[in-house]
Design a protein around this ligand. Structure first.
Ligand SMILES: Nc1ncnc2c1ncn2[C@@H]1O[C@H](COP(=O)(O)OP(=O)(O)O)[C@@H](O)[C@H]1O
Ligand SMILES: [Mg+2]
Length: 279
């Protein structure tokens, strides 16, 4: 939203975009630069994410999109810049601390335990929420047993929500790709995140699978109030569901705004035309 635009004041800092009410900024990336040896993956990238927003990151392959998510959840440590999360300033995120403080993600290449069932994979998303120690859990005794039951209950709720009851006992490796992606979403949701980072959740899906995934993302955002940062190549999807879009190209930010603003941005148009010729 541009500076001069009138705010609709339902609550302090409230904004409306794509018909959705978003809150104040909860995550602010400031002047982030990241390189690997001589390769500059990100150069001076700044953007913010508002509470309850669906924020898309788009750009051609190699633009630095996945690297950006890795900076947000502490997998990569940027050489320059600052991350402000819930008002706390830091040079970089710590992976474990990020997860503990409510940031969950899915990966561009599915990262699940292929030999384990859907239910058990989703249970692994509860790990950070478990308080009983390992010995008690191994003995499956007393408080650990009660805790285990509560976690299973939560996992089953997520399974119902994602409409995957029929495959809850199926080893993930036997499922078609689209369903594996849905299970990975389930594993991330099991952590009950405040911010969900999704790296190409619809890549490789057919039209129907994409529609389902879109619906689940919108439902998560709506029903759980989860803030979503989404990397996606399907422009139709991005334009449909996101409040604001960041555009990266060769590690630089070339656009940032509402879908309509980004679509009309000449630099973005030429990056995409260039990419279309290059591939
Ligand atoms: N772990 C890494 N080691 C070395 N180079 C990397 C690493 N991760 C990403 N890169 C490089 O950073 C650039 C951006 O990659 P990436 O963030 O994966 O782009 P995108 O997700 O937009 O396709 C690419 O040039 C890629 O080769
Ligand atoms: Mg990527």
């Amino acid at each position: 939203m541009s500076e001069g635009e009138p705010m609709q004041m339902n609550e302090p800092g409230a904004h409306f975009e794509a018909g959705r009410q978003t809150g104040p900024v909860i995550l602010d990336l400031r002047h982030i630069s990241l390189s690997f040896g001589g390769v500059k993956a990100l150069t001076d990238i700044s953007f913010d994410v508002r509470q309850h927003e669906i924020r898309a990151i788009i750009g051609p392959n190699g633009a630095g999109k996945s690297s950006m998510l890795n900076v947000i959840n502490g997998v990569y440590r940027p050489q320059q810049g600052e991350i402000v999360y819930r008002g706390e300033h830091r040079r970089n995120m710590d992976c474990y601390a990020a997860a503990k403080s409510g940031i969950a993600r899915t990966f561009q290449n599915i990262a699940l335990f292929k030999g384990m069932t859907v239910l058990d994979n989703i249970m692994t998303g509860r790990n950070l929420k478990m308080t009983s120690n390992f010995l008690l859990q191994a003995l499956y005794w007393g408080p650990a047993r009660r805790e285990e039951i509560a976690h299973r209950h939560k996992a089953e709720e997520i399974i119902d929500f994602l409409e995957i009851q029929h495959i809850r006992k199926t080893p993930v490796g036997r499922l078609p790709y689209g369903l594996q992606k849905r299970v990975e979403l389930g594993r991330a949701l099991a952590a009950e995140p405040d911010i969900l980072l999704l790296d190409e959740p619809m890549a490789g899906m057919n039209v129907e699978e994409k529609q389902d995934m879109c619906r689940f993302i919108l439902d998560v955002n709506d029903q759980f109030g989860t803030t979503i940062v989404l990397i996606e190549h399907d422009m139709g999807v991005v334009m449909d569901i996101s409040d604001r879009v960041v555009v990266l190209d060769y590690g630089r930010k070339i656009g940032d705004g509402t879908p309509d603003e980004v679509r009309a941005n000449p630099e973005v148009i030429s990056a995409y035309l260039g990419a279309a010729h290059g591939h």
